[in-house]
Design a binder for this molecule. Sequence first.
Ligand SMILES: O=C(O)CCC(=O)C(=O)O
Length: 404
Amino acid sequence: MDCSSATSTTLSRPLLLLADLQDHDHHEKDHNNESSGTTTNININPLTIDWSFLQKQKHIPKDFIWPKGDLPLITSAKEELREPLVDLEGFFKGDEMATRAAAELVRQACSSHGFFQVINHGVDPHLIDLAHQHMESFFKLPTSEKLRARKMPGSPWGYSAAHAERFSSRLPWKETLSFGFHDQDCSVSVVEDYFSSTLGKDFEQTGMVYQMYCEAMMRLSLAIMELLAISLGVDRKYYKEFFEDARSIMRCNYYPPCMQPNLALGTGAHCDPTSLTILHQDQVGGLEVFQNDNWLSVPPLKNAFVINIGDTFMALSNGKYKSCLHRAVVNRYKERKSLAFFLCPKEDKVVRPPHELVLGEQTRMYPDFTWSDLLHFTRSFYRADSATLPNFISWLLSSKKPNN
Ligand SMILES: O=C(O)CCC(=O)C(=O)O
């Protein structure tokens, strides 16, 4: 499927002004007036969305309907993307040959589409199961209970129903729970604290499970950073050290069944603005990656983590590695869960590739920026899509002009 229709509003205008960007989401309202006549006029209020009711609706509310060009084609069987499957065992054991082989697979995948999967990653499968179980228990709670953790204005953390607190059209058919993670101060367990302060004593165990899960994701992220450095031929510690004081984001995605899966999307096509995403999906399936002008489905592999490069790492690699364009489709019969850990630099760190990558003939593909600049851009003005990075850079450069 050609993805250009998903991105036409942004790709066709290379230099966006601030006012354009503020309008970016508002345009969406107009897109959807073309809805098919098979929709329900239910008003979507983020504080009252009742998914047990919504998932039984034969006609979904129009705010959940996506433009035709963004939707999956359901006429043909989807090709699958299983490769490369990178075995990390040899790398963890310090086996240089196995490490070189793994790095080569990573190099090929990241130069072409920014996606690979890892096995023998060292994360306890029981911890992964527990993280899925606690997620299931949270999302099965009555809406009023989940809303105790709802996203407050200005806060990135908490429970969100279809991101309806922020957007009013092309709503994703999903609920999410997001929280922050860093491990700078070993005496503070930020995730445990988040759960007990937001949801109370009953969620202490959930907090402990996600604290451990995020710590495991952080260890895996740093290992993958080392492998990425080897694959790019730069100092193998460069990225690992860059991310040692990372401030990352953990998001639990819960996709209820949808009676009109051909009109909705669980997560629209986008590249992650963050650096590296480590995703674990359950056995239902729905993740799709855009490769060679086609959407390919990524069949679930219980023992594997899906890894994708994000915009910030694309900049850190001087554009050598691609930020992965992906989306999630929904289905009529089964809810689906995924756990996404987004590795992010500390907010004030300057995002700049190692000089080995810009030596000689090569020039810098992107100017210096901080993660806090990009975060501000995506939280205040711009809904992440396939062109977040170029539009962010245009905004950054225009906002730095003296008369802006
Ligand atoms: O659930 C998935 O498979 C994808 C999730 C995703 O892309 C996201 O949370 O940004």
